[in-house]
Design a protein around this ligand. Structure first.
Ligand SMILES: Cc1cc2nc3c(=O)[nH]c(=O)nc-3n(C[C@H](O)[C@H](O)[C@H](O)COP(=O)(O)O)c2cc1C
Length: 195
């Protein structure tokens, strides 16, 4: 039983809601850190697109640098920081590919421009000029003219299944409050950490 405990789910849900209400440009932006088979660590920002008791889902190109690292080492860390709220959330755990149905359902909610962009971009590969990218976008627009844009096989989502999640709240004099929830031997437990 690796689902998130209710109190963790509720606490995170409330934070995301507060971030949304604070009118941040990207309230679901999170830094995603991955490690390749060669030990190289890489971090970049992606958007959290869904969240439930099973974990944290983001979408990307399956040939991208991050995806290749995740195939080599299916573990990752994500970190949210909402400066305006004085809150940070760190999550660590294994990462799994989501189902084709789940990816299709999300794909259909994306703007057509973003769908075309996904087809046109060889994410993380060398691009010789902006003109090449614009040309590829025009090609994809032409290819799918007058029809729905299908989800490319090379584009889908990953779910980070939390094994450790830490809530950090800003407090005066740097005496911040830290609570970490951990899954050990299929049991969730929590403790506080010194700031
Ligand atoms: C605010 C913001 C949101 C982003 N969201 C995503 C995203 O959801 N998925 C994605 O693949 N890249 C996203 N990116 C781009 C990534 O940061 C990164 O440039 C890209 O995924 C390639 O990373 P990689 O070469 O390590 O695979 C976003 C960037 C920013 C600044």
């Amino acid at each position: 039983m690796t689902n998130l405990p209710h109190q963790v789910y509720d606490r995170f849900q409330k934070l995301i809601e507060r971030a949304r209400q604070t009118c941040l440009r990207e309230p679901t932006a999170m830094t995603l850190a991955t490690v390749g088979g060669d030990g190289r660590i890489s971090a970049r920002v992606v958007l959290l697109r869904s969240f439930d008791e099973r974990g944290f889902v983001f979408y990307t190109n399956l040939n991208s640098d991050k995806a290749l690292q995740l195939y080599a080492n299916p573990n990752a860390a994500i970190c949210f920081h909402w400066d305006e709220l004085g809150e940070q959330v760190r999550v660590e755990g294994p990462v799994e590919r989501i189902s084709g149905e789940e990816a299709d359902a999300y794909w259909r909610t994306r703007a057509r421009d973003s769908q075309i962009g996904a087809w046109a971009s060889h994410q993380s590969e060398t691009l010789d000029s902006r003109e090449t990218l614009e040309h590829r976008i025009a090609q994809s627009e032409h290819e799918f003219l007058g029809q729905e844009v299908p989800r490319p096989e090379f584009w889908s989502g990953f779910r980070l299944v939390a094994r450790r999640i830490e809530f950090w709240s800003n407090r005066p004099a740097r005496l911040h409050e830290r609570t970490v929830f951990e899954l050990v031997d299929d049991q969730w437990s929590h403790r506080m950490l010194y700031p």
